[in-house]
Design a protein. Structure first.
Length: 440
């Protein structure tokens, strides 16, 4: 009888077809998630004119989904530690896809806001669980890159939403954008078949045969037989998962992660909700304004993938500090009169440094916490950060209603980037740089 440390086997595995499948399905789910989330910024200009919404009400509607995401991230993050990653992810996909499609039938702001809140529960719940699953199955040497690559699907979904919106919204109205959100439901049977369950969860639930079969796919060279005993480095069940985030020297860094999430998500969702409208007020047409949103997400993909590559060679902490500084500078520069190509470049940099930083933050938190509280750590960081996401659209609406100079609008949006920079500098680098084989 031999013991096999599952975490070490995964850490040392060579990237193979199984990893490709996990990456594909996790990325696809995040693409759908990103599409559903960015829809509001795409339809906002049309919605404001059709329903005669003032900026304050529009900001509140934009925050409805994000308010739901806060509860979804925390609730589904903890639920997955009991039900498993796979089942929780599938529940979230059904929730945000079905409710977003129904959102296209809303005829009043109240109906719209309630449905966006419910969809937000699923949108927020799926993020920490998919990140946790991808992190668990990624070989150590490419973990940051794979998680960042997967999470760049969020930006791909945003690009799809903005790209389709440029063509669909002016011709057919905003409702069609929500009806298209039902597409993931058609792929649900394939997700059930191909999306794997967490190895750690299977072992802690005494489902060792399933775990052996999965481990053989992750690391084919591993000598596994019926007598093999699978062990994980942190398989013991936490008695109080939330309290565990503050134990063993993690308290201060946990608070810094929450601060960074808050600031980063405030910038991301303020821009995602109001960038087209801000550019429209500045004199750009609807299609041109939506193009800025598309470029924001193109920059996000470059930032996420490039940032993940840099993080595997340097450190996530250093990359995040640099990204937040770049993001703050680019937002300040957006407030000044610049040629169109310069504006596009600045928006791309802002996307790389804000949405890209959000993606890298998920990767950083996923690597920071032990496996048995990883989803809880991700869920709470994301959930507390959702307060920033909730404030983001309201801040944008308030700035627009105050009719401040263009420069002041973007200067205000740059301030959270400075605070996030300080938070990342203060994270305990020694603790977070410990080998993942100890924590995973």
């Amino acid at each position: 009888m031999s013991n096999i440390n599952v975490n070490e086997a995964v850490d040392n595995a060579k990237f193979n077809q199984f990893h490709w499948k996990v990456l594909f399905w996790c990325t696809l789910i995040i693409i759908f998630d990103g599409y559903d989330l960015v829809i509001y910024g795409v339809v906002l200009p049309k919605l404001m004119s059709q329903w005669n919404l003032d900026p304050y009400v529009a900001g509140m509607l934009g925050s409805a989904a994000l308010f739901g995401m806060m509860f979804g991230a925390m609730g589904f993050g903890m639920l997955s530690d009991k039900l498993g990653r796979k089942k929780t992810i599938l529940m979230c996909v059904v929730l945000f896809s079905a409710v977003s499609a129904i959102n296209g039938l809303a005829s009043t702001p109240w109906q719209f806001g309630i449905l966006r809140f419910i969809a937000g529960l699923g949108i927020g719940g799926v993020m920490p669980n998919v990140v946790s699953l991808m992190t668990e199955y990624s070989p150590k040497k490419s973990r940051s890159t794979l998680v960042a690559l997967m999470f760049s699907g969020y930006a791909v979904g945003g690009m799809m939403s903005a790209g389709l919106g440029i063509w669909i919204v002016p011709r057919f109205g905003w409702e069609i954008m929500f009806f298209l959100a039902a597409v993931p439901l058609a792929l649900l049977p394939l997700m059930i078949k191909y999306l794997p369950e967490s190895l750690t969860f299977l072992i802690t639930q005494n489902r060792e045969q399933e775990a052996r079969e999965l481990l053989a796919k992750v690391e084919p060279s591993c000598d596994i037989n019926q007598d093999s005993v699978l062990v994980v480095s942190s398989a013991e069940k936490a008695q109080a998962p939330v309290l565990e985030l503050f134990r063993d020297g993690r308290m201060f860094s946990t608070l810094m992660f929450w601060t960074a999430f808050f600031c980063c998500l405030l910038m991301v969702y303020a821009l995602g909700s109001w960038l087209p409208k801000l550019m429209s007020v500045a004199g750009y047409g609807l299609s041109s304004s939506l193009m800025f949103l598309m470029i924001l997400n193109v920059g996000a993909i470059i930032g996420a993938v490039g940032g993940g590559w840099l993080a595997d060679r340097f450190s996530l902490r250093s990359v995040l500090v640099c990204f937040f500084i770049l993001g703050s500078i680019s937002l300040v520069m957006l407030g000044y009169n610049n040629p169109t190509w310069v504006l596009y470049t600045l928006v791309g940099i802002a996307g790389a440094a804000t949405i890209g930083s959000q993606i890298l933050l998920y990767a950083y938190v996923a690597q920071y916490y032990p496996t048995n509280i990883r989803s809880t750590g991700l869920g709470w960081a994301s959930g507390v950060g959702r307060n920033g996401a909730i404030f983001g659209p309201m801040v944008g609406g308030t700035l627009l209603a105050m009719a401040l100079p263009h420069q002041v609008n973007f200067l205000v949006l740059a301030v959270p980037g400075i605070i996030a920079t300080i938070s990342m500098i203060l994270v305990d680098r020694n603790f977070s740089s410990k080998p993942l084989s100890v924590e995973a």
